[in-house]
Design a binder for this molecule. Structure first.
Ligand code: PMP
Ligand code: GLN
Length: 392
C-alpha cells in the first residue's frame, strides 16, 4: 500500500460485519437496512433486466430517465432546478460521487475542511486526491435540549478559523453520520456565508436527506444564497430507497462542476448499475406517502433502540437524522470504545461501531459508540434485551 493510503487498512464496516457473522451477533454496526426497499421497485429492476434496458453500458452521465427523475426530485422536495442534461451525474453510489468530486476538484496540497467525526471514505478519498484534511470537531453539548437529550454541535467560530489560504473546499455532511446531528438552517446559513466570503467550493453529502426526525428539517446547502453555483450535492438510492447493494448515487451541481466530476468518474467505473438506474428512476417518482412512511418507520425504530440503549445504561445522544444513534459508554464504567466494541459480541451478542475510527483526534471519540437502527423492530428489541446483560 502506498504512503497516501498507508493509514487506511480494512474499513471498520467490513471488520465489524465479519465479526457479526463469525459470532452470530446482531449486527448494529454497518448501516444497511435488513428489509429491502419497495417490492414495486424491485419489480421495476427485474423488468429492466428482462426488457434489456441497461444490460449493456449505460450512457456515461447516467440514463436520461434517471437524470430527469433526479432533477424532478430536487425540484419537488427543495424547489431546486437542475438541468438533467448538464447538471446531473449518476454515480456508483455516493461513495464514488465523493471520491470523484475530490479527485476532480482538488490540487495536491489543497486543504479540505470536514466535520469530524467523519464517514471513513472522506479521509481516504481526500488522501487519494492528494489533499490535506482539516478536521473541525463536532462536540457534545454541555447542557441538553430541555428534554434530557444532548446532541453534537458544530462550533462555527472553529469552522471559520480553520479556513486558510490553502482551503479549497468544505466537505459537509447533513444529516450527519455517525452523530445523527442535523445541521440547522441557521448553522447552514453561516457555513454558506463562510463559503461565499472565502470563495470555497462545497461538497455536501446529503444521503440521509429523507431521514430527519422530530422537528428537524433537512435544508440542502445548495438552496442557500450564493451556494448553488459552488455546491456539489450528493444523494444515494441506497439510503433513500433501502437498496444499498444497488450502488446508485448521484451528483447535482452547475455544469462546470458536474463536468469536472464526470471526468474523474469516467476513469473510476465509467458507468455502473445499468438496470438499477431505470428502477431508481421509478423510485424517485414515488408519491410523497412513500417518503412519509419511510421516515415514520425509521423514527419508530430510532425510538425503540434509543429506549433500549438508555435502559441498558448508555448515555444516548439525540439522533435527529440518519440510521444511527451515538452513545457514550462511560456510564457503563467503560472509556475505550474500541475495546468495548471488540468485546461486545462475546459479552452481549451485538455488534456496534467505535466512533473513534471517524476521528483524527482519536481520543476525542474514544468513549462514543454508534448503533444502527435500520433493522426490523423484533431485531431491535432482541438487541436491546441482550444489551441489558451488560449491567446484570
Ligand atoms: N455518505 C455517508 C454519510 C454514508 O453513511 C454512506 C454509506 N452508508 C455513504 C456516503 C455511501 O453511500 P453509498 O452506499 O451510496 O455509496
Ligand atoms: N455508510 C455505512 C455506515 O456508515 C456503511 C457503508 C460501508 O460499509 N462502506 O455504516
Amino acid at each position: 500500500l502506498n504512503r497516501r493510503l498507508a493509514e487506511f487498512g480494512t474499513t471498520i464496516f467490513a471488520e465489524m460485519s465479519a465479526l457479526a457473522m463469525s459470532t452470530g451477533s446482531i449486527n448494529l454496526g454497518q448501516g444497511f437496512p435488513d428489509t429491502d426497499g419497495p417490492e414495486e421497485i424491485r419489480e421495476a429492476a427485474v423488468r429492466a433486466l428482462r426488457d434489456g434496458r441497461g444490460n449493456q453500458y449505460p450512457p456515461g452521465p447516467g440514463v436520461p430517465e434517471l437524470r430527469t427523475a433526479i432533477a424532478s426530485h430536487q425540484k419537488r422536495h427543495y424547489g431546486l432546478s437542475y438541468d438533467p442534461d448538464t447538471e446531473v451525474l449518476v454515480t456508483a453510489g455516493a461513495t464514488e460521487a465523493i471520491a470523484a468530486s475530490l479527485l476532480a476538484l482538488l490540487e495536491p496540497g489543497d486543504e479540505v475542511i470536514a466535520l469530524e467525526p467523519y464517514y471513513d471514505s472522506y479521509a481516504a478519498s481526500i488522501a487519494m486526491a492528494g489533499g490535506t484534511r482539516v478536521p473541525v470537531t463536532l462536540r457534545p453539548d454541555e447542557g441538553d435540549d430541555g428534554d434530557g437529550h444532548r446532541r453534537f454541535r458544530l462550533d462555527l467560530d472553529e469552522l471559520r478559523d480553520a479556513v486558510t489560504g490553502r482551503t479549497r473546499l468544505l466537505l459537509i455532511n447533513t444529516p450527519h453520520n455517525p452523530t445523527g446531528t442535523v445541521l440547522t438552517r441557521a448553522e447552514l446559513t453561516e457555513i454558506a456565508r463562510i463559503a461565499v466570503e472565502r470563495d470555497l467550493l462545497v461538497v455536501t453529502d446529503e444521503v440521509y436527506e429523507h431521514l430527519v426526525f422530530d422537528d428537524a428539517e433537512h435544508v440542502p446547502l445548495a438552496s442557500l444564497p450564493g451556494m448553488r453555483e459552488r455546491t456539489v450535492t450528493i444523494g444515494s438510492a441506497g439510503k433513500t430507497f433501502s437498496f444499498t447493494g444497488w450502488k446508485v448515487g448521484w451528483v447535482t451541481a452547475p455544469p462546470a462542476l458536474v463536468g469536472a466530476v464526470r471526468s474523474a468518474k469516467q476513469f473510476l467505473t465509467y458507468v455502473a448499475s445499468g438496470p438499477f438506474q431505470y428502477a431508481v428512476a421509478e423510485a424517485l417518482a414515488l408519491p410523497d406517502a412513500y417518503f412519509e412512511d419511510f421516515r415514520a418507520d425509521m423514527l419508530r425504530k430510532r425510538n425503540v433502540l434509543a429506549a433500549g440503549l438508555a435502559e441498558a445504561g448508555f448515555k444516548v445522544f439525540r439522533s435527529a437524522g440518519t440510521y444511527f444513534i451515538t452513545t457514550d459508554i462511560r456510564p457503563l464504567g467503560e472509556s475505550d470504545g474500541f475495546a468495548f466494541c471488540r468485546a461486545l459480541p462475546e459479552r452481549a451478542g451485538v455488534v456496534a461501531i467505535p466512533n473513534a475510527v471517524f476521528y483524527d483526534h482519536r481520543e476525542q471519540g474514544a468513549p462514543f459508540v454508534r448503533f444502527a437502527f435500520c433493522k426490523r423492530d423484533e431485531v431491535l428489541h432482541e438487541a436491546a434485551g441482550r444489551l441489558l446483560r451488560l449491567t446484570s
